[in-house]
Ligand binder design. Structure first.
Ligand SMILES: NC(=O)c1ccc[n+]([C@@H]2O[C@H](COP(=O)([O-])OP(=O)(O)OC[C@H]3O[C@@H](n4cnc5c(N)ncnc54)[C@H](O)[C@@H]3O)[C@@H](O)[C@H]2O)c1
Length: 346
């Protein structure tokens, strides 16, 4: 093929072709600008060669200026995730059933900041039963007052518990309570946070009294990211322990995440899950080390994990930061990130 035959596309050469390409580039740039204004990306590989800034393509995971709500704040997983959050500059609102345990967590977090010479951030603690929708609504309304009026737009929802009872013997009230905490609590906290973001925007618009177009535009929260801790139990049935209520609640969490992601994508709010396998938290370590049965249980569990061990809480930090950081996961919503050492692959 001669040069003359190549007249279009990235291989275009020759004086005439250069002119044609310049026109094409100008048109493409104009089209890209129009598309960007419409919030669209024209193609994965643009025809126009351009040199992006590193910061345009390599995400960073800083969360400065944001308030992240961490539910189950005094739990084993939340402890490590909160350390990562303050290290990334996020303010944190720690939520759990009782504040006394949270006070210890808070002082440990402050010590973590001091020892690591991190930038100090605001930390608040809140007593709340996540299965009580009224309490959750009040909680969400109160949090900005302790965080310079900043509305929380990041969530790390870890609150929950597991119970081992054979299905045929499971008392209805206990199964209902577990589902209320693990599943309904997940819905309540997401609803309350989204309502707050939307209501606040409506108020701002009515105060500014901008006529027509601005007031009618959908509010957008491109930084809002909710991360719900599910479990591999939402995908498989653990063995040997019977835990039907937990399994069904966690399966529900995964579909809740997909449903909210679809409804709220129009607002820019992303909703995702992380599904851990077995984690060596202080709680599970205590069970395992308490008796020969506990040790046998751990042996049974890890024999089903291709990686042959339980997870350390810090092995969930990367997944959490990926999902929270708008620059890293801007096109990820409704996803379930399984972090289980390969358990569900076997
Ligand atoms: N530990 C594991 O092996 C494992 C595996 C898969 C998934 N998970 C999930 O990870 C999350 C954290 O687990 P963890 O190991 O840190 O457990 P954890 O028991 O240490 O922490 C859970 C926290 O949730 C709090 N909580 C319970 N009910 C609540 C309620 N009604 N309102 C507010 N807070 C409440 C508890 O007080 C506790 O501090 C849970 O959702 C759990 O289901 C854990």
């Amino acid at each position: 093929m001669t040069k003359e035959h190549i007249t279009e596309g990235p291989l275009a050469t020759g004086a005439d072709d250069r002119g044609a390409r310049r026109v094409a580039e100008t048109e493409l740039r104009a089209a890209n600008t129009a598309d960007q204004q419409n919030g669209m990306v024209r193609g994965a590989t643009p025809d126009t060669p351009s040199i992006p800034l590193v910061s345009d393509i390599v995400p960073n995971y800083r969360l400065d200026g944001h308030v992240t709500i961490v539910t189950g704040g005094s739990g084993g997983l939340a402890h490590t995730l909160s350390q990562a959050l303050v290290a990334q500059g996020s303010q944190v609102a720690l939520v759990d059933l009782a504040v006394d345990k949270l006070a210890t967590v808070e002082s440990e977090l402050r010590e973590f900041i001091r020892v690591n010479k991190l930038k100090p951030v605001t930390i608040s603690t809140w007593a709340c039963d996540i299965s009580d929708a009224t309490q959750v609504e009040e909680l969400i309304c109160a949090i900005p007052q302790e965080h310079d009026g900043i509305l929380p737009d990041k969530l790390v929802h870890t609150a929950g518990y597991c119970q081992n009872i054979p299905a045929k013997d499971y008392p209805a009230d206990r199964a209902e309570h577990l589902v209320k905490v693990n599943l309904m609590g997940s819905l309540y906290i997401c609803q309350a946070m989204t309502r707050q973001l939307l209501n606040h925007t409506k108020r701002r618009e009515s105060i500014s009294a901008v006529a027509n177009s601005a007031a009618e535009a959908l509010p957008r929260f491109p930084n809002a990211s909710f991360v719900l801790i599910g479990s591999m139990s939402g995908l498989i049935v653990n063995t040997p322990q019977p835990q039907v209520a937990y399994n069904m609640a966690k399966a529900g969490v995964l579909h809740l995440v997909r449903s909210l992601a679809c409804e709220w994508a129009r607002y820019g709010i992303r909703v995702n899950a992380i599904s851990p396998g077995y984690i060596a938290t202080p709680l599970t370590k205590q069970v395992i080390s308490a008796s020969p049965e506990g040790a046998a249980l751990q042996q049974e569990w890890t024999s089903r994990v291709p990686m042959g061990r339980m997870a350390d809480p810090k092995e969930f930090v990367g997944a959490m930061l990926y999902l929270l950081a708008a620059r890293a996961s801007s096109y990820t919503t409704g996803e379930n990130l399984v972090v289980d050492g390969g358990y569900t692959s076997w």
